[in-house]
Design a protein around this ligand. Structure first.
Ligand code: AMP
Length: 222
């Protein structure tokens, strides 16, 4: 099962992708997490993308398609993936199609996580992430079980993202509206687009996604 979670920043894509990874063994391919890992490691790529990410703009399509292509090449045979943060525009969607076709793979579903834009600013303002594994938390809506400690990997490096400042969030929402939303009709035309209500409780959103994918709720499934 291969799918894309599509939605604006703060919609909960990362939270849902991590759940699908834990519950169904699907691999989360989160381009934002990959870029943040490059930055943390101080690599050339990380230095190259730093300013652009902090301004809320998009990194170039060439860099992004190369990055995602290398991850898809390293997927274990038969492992399903959840793309989170890619594609972000129509050229990336077309490049992804070509990449998958060349490898004899295909997308099963594209799930749009719909949210009310006014809620996003509030969600993002209270958000922090684990610098080690990328898990995402919220001060009020989704705090870690033990304060200051990541539920998933036990790290104490819980930090706010540099691009979660209010000014940058507006630029990221505009980039979503202008460049990413046009990807929706592209997948609708292919008949694989579905939508879930991202304003619902996270557990409910997971159930909705599992229903679309045909997974029994909460059950392990390849
Ligand atoms: P995210 O964690 O998905 O919100 O991504 C954080 C930032 O990484 C974005 O605001 C972009 O600057 C960059 N980025 C992540 N994925 C992509 C992509 N597919 N295309 C272009 N830029 C991306």
């Amino acid at each position: 099962m291969n799918l894309i979670l599509l939605g604006p920043p703060g919609a909960g894509k990362g939270t849902q992708a991590k759940r699908l990874e834990e519950r169904h063994g699907m691999l989360q391919l989160a381009t934002g997490d990959m870029l943040r890992a490059e930055r943390a490691s101080g690599s050339t790529l990380g230095r190259q993308v730093q300013a652009i990410m902090d301004s809320g703009q998009f990194v170039s399509d060439d860099i992004m398609t190369a990055l995602i292509g290398s991850r898809i090449d390293r997927l274990a045979q038969g492992a399903g993936f959840v793309l989170d943060g890619f594609p972000r525009n129509v050229p990336q969607a077309e490049a992804l199609d070509a990449m998958l076709a060349a490898r004899g793979m295909r997308l099963d579903y594209v799930i749009e996580v719909t949210v009310d834009e006014a809620a996003l600013v509030d969600r993002i303002a209270g958000r922090f992430i684990c610098a080690q594994c990328g898990a995402s938390y919220h001060e009020r809506y989704n705090p870690p079980r033990r304060a200051g400690i990541c539920d998933l990997c036990g790290s104490t490096q819980l930090v706010h993202r540099a691009d979660d400042r209010a000014e940058t969030v507006r630029a990221r929402l505009a980039a979503y509206r202008d460049q990413t939303a046009p990807v929706l009709p592209y997948y609708r035309a292919k008949g694989i687009l579905r939508a879930v209500d991202g304003m619902a409780e996270p557990d409910r959103v997971t159930q909705e996604i599992e229903r679309i994918l045909g997974f029994a709720a909460g059950g392990a499934h390849g």
